[in-house]
Design a binder for this molecule. Sequence first.
Ligand SMILES: [Zn+2]
Length: 84
Amino acid sequence: MNGLMKAPCSECKGKLRRKTITQEFEREGVKVRISGIKAWVCAQCGEIYFEPGGADRVSQAVNCLFALAVAERQHKGRLHARVS
Ligand SMILES: [Zn+2]
């Protein structure tokens, strides 16, 4: 699965490229970071588009990481995860 998505960016009509991205989320002072997320990124404006269902899976993973970070205080408010 390489190359370009058929649909252009809905923001600027730029071309979307398949990329592996890192996203950081913060909630109540706890930061979690997930790297290795596959998504489509606009080459012009940087808008991120997930595969169908992809955003749901990412938000599920983020919720799990927040739950873990709150339960396991040894992470000092930061938790990282790698998706591959
Ligand atoms: Zn764009």
